[in-house]
Design a protein around this ligand. Structure first.
Ligand code: HEC
Ligand code: HEC
Ligand code: HEC
Ligand code: HEC
Ligand code: HEC
Length: 317
């Protein structure tokens, strides 16, 4: 038994010694919330030892009892650490407040209000303003929406974090819209219009199609250019479509699906124009093979199609 607790203490020693080094940053929120995560390797070993202790009926240390309390804070860290925000250095205090220069908990949390406090920057109705500090265009569009009006007035309306779940802050896949928007827009929940979920899924599917077509046209343009064709006009149309695509995600937050569809159509029209100019000889990579064009072009097309598909899938994850 003494031997076991010896190992236990040794592990604590190792973790205290090593973990802060691994996380070396000058942000105390990150440093601390990372070390209290039960998910990192060293903590998994701890948990293993704890389980063994419990099995052998050895009294647990204080630490065990804090686990439940810490669970929330740690799970949030875990999710955040895998998010785009972590990648771009958007740390906890950007949304929660507090002082990331102070290393002890009480000090760091001192200026931080509880999430349930009406004044808290992460309180339901304050979330748009908090996110809007950085996502001002989304906020602007959102403020003009029915969702925002309802949010201000009553609770059954989505805020930013309803759709971009904390702390992963991911984007929704088109297939998710039916269920997701249907949480409110359904005959059962009585939030009209009821056709929103299907319409939203259709439109977002259209956005993905546009993305795909832009990549395909750029491919065709690349090939046509190699063959000495003047592609400047086609490139202009393709770039216009890309510009439209870039604005769609922001425009989405107006929650005006008619306006959204008009813009989407503009993008599609530009792509059509570009396509009409470059008119690729190869309409599909399989036909290319059968024709007199060298197989090399076909292979390149196949590879780039696979790459495009892969990118689309990754973006949706
Ligand atoms: C020295 C460790 C430590 C530091 C530094 C620290 N935290 Fe915490 N934090 C914790 C622990 C432990 C909890 C779990 C709940 C508790 O014990 O208060 C927690 C809880 C929280 C909560 C949940 C509180 C609630 O109301 O549910 C938030 C949000 C939070 N921390 C954000 C931050 C931010 C932002 C910073 C930096 C400004 C920070 N923390 C710095 C240890 C720390
Ligand atoms: C981009 C903004 C943002 C960032 C960055 C962020 N949070 Fe949060 N956090 C929120 C929001 C919004 C809520 C409220 C969620 C809700 O009400 O459901 C929240 C809630 C929490 C809670 C309360 C428990 C819960 O799940 O509701 C804890 C704990 C927490 N965050 C910890 C952290 C820690 C630790 C970090 C940094 C590693 C962090 N957050 C980074 C926005 C953020
Ligand atoms: C301190 C600035 C800051 C704050 C506050 C902030 N974000 Fe971000 N957010 C970023 C940056 C930077 C990116 C990376 C993409 C970019 O450069 O636009 C990003 C990306 C995102 C993305 C795209 C993720 C993806 O997979 O492409 C979403 C969704 C998002 N944020 C939602 C939110 C929400 C919701 C809030 C409020 C709870 C919030 N953000 C608060 C800076 C911030
Ligand atoms: C009702 C759901 C919903 C709400 C509410 C919502 N969003 Fe979004 N958001 C989306 C969808 C859908 C997309 C587009 C996803 C895609 O392109 O696949 C998106 C995209 C984004 C992006 C990525 C933009 C880009 O250029 O790629 C950011 C950032 C973002 N939202 C932030 C916010 C912020 C900030 C708020 C609150 C002010 C908010 N969202 C409210 C559904 C929502
Ligand atoms: C938490 C509940 C909730 C969720 C989730 C939700 N909505 Fe809404 N939505 C509302 C409410 C409430 C209204 C206002 C209805 C009214 O006018 O009475 C509304 C209105 C709208 C409108 C405006 C309709 C009009 O007549 O102008 C659109 C568009 C819309 N929602 C799209 C969406 C989409 C797309 C999603 C999924 C990404 C979604 N909503 C998810 C609650 C929700």
């Amino acid at each position: 038994m003494y031997k076991r607790s010896g190992i236990f203490l040794l592990l604590i020693g190792i973790s205290i010694f090593f973990v802060p080094n691994v996380t070396a940053s000058d942000n105390s929120c990150i440093d601390c919330h990372k070390t209290i995560s039960p998910f990192i390797e060293i903590q998994k070993q701890f948990n293993q030892i704890r389980v063994e202790h419990l099995e052998k009926n050895v009294t647990c240390s204080l630490e065990c009892h804090e686990d439940r309390v810490r669970q929330l804070a740690t799970a949030n860290y875990q999710q955040w650490s895998e998010s785009v925000h972590a990648l771009k250095g958007v740390t906890c205090e950007n949304c929660h407040g507090g002082d990331p220069k102070i290393a002890d908990k009480a000090g760091a949390h001192k200026e931080m209000t509880k999430r349930t406090d009406l004044e808290s920057p992460v309180y339901y109705t304050n979330v748009p303003a908090t996110c809007g500090k950085c996502h001002s265009k989304e906020l602007q569009n959102f403020q003009g929406s029915k969702h925002y009006q309802k949010l201000e007035a009553l609770k059954l309306a989505p805020t930013c974090t309803t759709c971009h779940a904390p702390h992963r802050f991911t984007l929704l896949d088109p297939e998710e819209f039916r269920n997701f928007c249907g949480n409110c827009h359904s005959v059962y929940k009585k939030v009209a219009p009821y056709d929103i979920p299907v319409k939203a899924e259709y439109l977002m599917g259209g956005v993905n199609k546009l993305k795909f077509n832009i990549d395909m046209v750029n491919n065709d343009i690349f090939l046509a250019k190699k063959n000495g064709t003047d592609v400047s006009q086609a490139q202009k149309h393709a770039d216009n479509a890309l510009g439209t695509l870039g604005n769609l995600a922001v425009l989405w937050h107006e929650f005006n699906l008619t306006h959204f569809e008009t813009e989407l159509d503009k993008g599609n029209a530009e792509i059509k124009r570009a396509q009409d100019i470059v008119k690729p000889v190869e309409t599909s990579p399989i036909k290319t093979k059968a024709k007199d064009t060298p197989g090399f072009t076909g292979i390149i097309m196949l590879i780039s199609m696979a790459a495009v598909l892969f990118l689309i899938r990754r973006n949706r994850d």
